[in-house]
Design a protein around this ligand. Structure first.
Ligand SMILES: NC(=O)c1ccc[n+]([C@@H]2O[C@H](COP(=O)([O-])OP(=O)(O)OC[C@H]3O[C@@H](n4cnc5c(N)ncnc54)[C@H](OP(=O)(O)O)[C@@H]3O)[C@@H](O)[C@H]2O)c1
Length: 271
């Protein structure tokens, strides 16, 4: 599947990469070659991302930085000041992608309020692109109706070989919307999968790299996290793995709707 999104297809997750150890992990990833870095207001890693970018000595223009507005900052009063604060914390004038992290639970904040504030952040030049996270089909369609079908460039959702989200994927493909797969390694569990291990062996890579290559072959962006140089390198190598059509079909059979991130504030999922 041809990938044409402005979002670099392989990125780095930063959840849990806080403090000096977090800065070091992000810097190591930059040295390995990662340029798309995913953070969020709620991760406490925005500052680490900014610091790692500065310490790398590379120009800001080399990077694609995503952050997310927390569900506690969705109200009209809090939204835009929270984005200004994110920019200040990261130490940049503009992010590349700004996402709504979670939709407002039970419409506590009206949908139009926070989606229009997201569009306003882009209009002000605080982000190049906008998107959403943890949005099911019904909310995506509401967003398309409000802002137009080209406004939102991704929905960042849990997707890995054990949760392939076929309904959501099919709908997004029909709309030309790229999904960003979070927790793509199922927290590392994919590395113990017998099928992925067997395919990995024939390609001379890790099972994790096969999982990432599979998700990218399905047309998704992926944002695995790691603090280990070895894992960072192995995951980065997924970009050079070309799976056969038969391998892709076999990995598709691993789907078992196994969702791990499902807090009380979750919307009604499609898969
Ligand atoms: N939008 C949302 O609501 C949302 C929710 C969850 C996550 N996210 C984003 O998605 C990113 C990724 O998700 P995640 O961090 O939860 O899970 P993940 O990327 O699936 O897994 C990360 C874990 O897997 C291990 N790992 C990484 N590479 C490995 C490899 N090659 N072999 C074995 N183990 C490996 C890491 O340990 P080591 O450090 O030891 O390598 C780490 O503990 C997050 O960091 C965050 O940016 C977004």
């Amino acid at each position: 599947m041809t990938y044409t999104s402005p979002i670099p297809q392989l990125g780095l997750g930063t959840f849990g990469r806080t403090g000096d150890a977090g800065i070091q992990a992000i810097l190591s990833a930059i040295e390995v070659g990662y340029r798309h870095i995913d953070t969020a207001q709620s991760y406490d890693t925005e500052g680490c991302v900014g610091e790692a970018i500065r310490r790398s000595g590379l120009p800001r223009s080399e990077f694609f930085v995503t952050t997310k507005v927390a569900d506690t900052n969705l109200s009209k009063v809090d939204f835009l000041p929270s984005v200004e604060k994110s920019l200040e914390t990261i130490g940049i004038d503009q992010v590349d992608l700004l996402l709504i992290h979670w939709p407002s639970q039970n419409d506590a904040v009206p949908f139009d309020d926070y989606m229009l504030a997201l569009a306003e952040a882009r209009q002000r030049g605080w982000t190049r692109h906008i998107g959403v996270s943890n949005f099911p089909i019904a909310l995506l369609d509401k967003a398309f109706a409000l802002l137009g079908e080209d406004a939102v460039i991704t929905d960042q959702v849990e997707i890995h070989p054990y949760l392939q989200a076929p309904r959501l994927v099919s709908h997004c493909r029909s709309k030309g919307l790229v999904l960003t797969a979070y927790q793509p390694l199922c927290k590392g569990a994919v590395n113990d999968d017998p099928l992925l291990k067997a395919i990995a062996k024939s390609h001379g890579v890790t099972a994790a790299a096969v999982a990432l290559a599979f998700l990218m072959a399905e047309g998704h962006a992926v944002i695995p996290a790691s603090s280990s140089i070895e894992n960072l390198k192995n995951n980065f190598a997924s970009q050079d793995v070309n799976l056969t059509a038969d391998e892709i079909s076999r990995i598709r059979t691993l789907d078992r709707s196994a969702r791990h991130i499902n807090p009380a504030k979750s919307p009604r999922w499609d898969d």
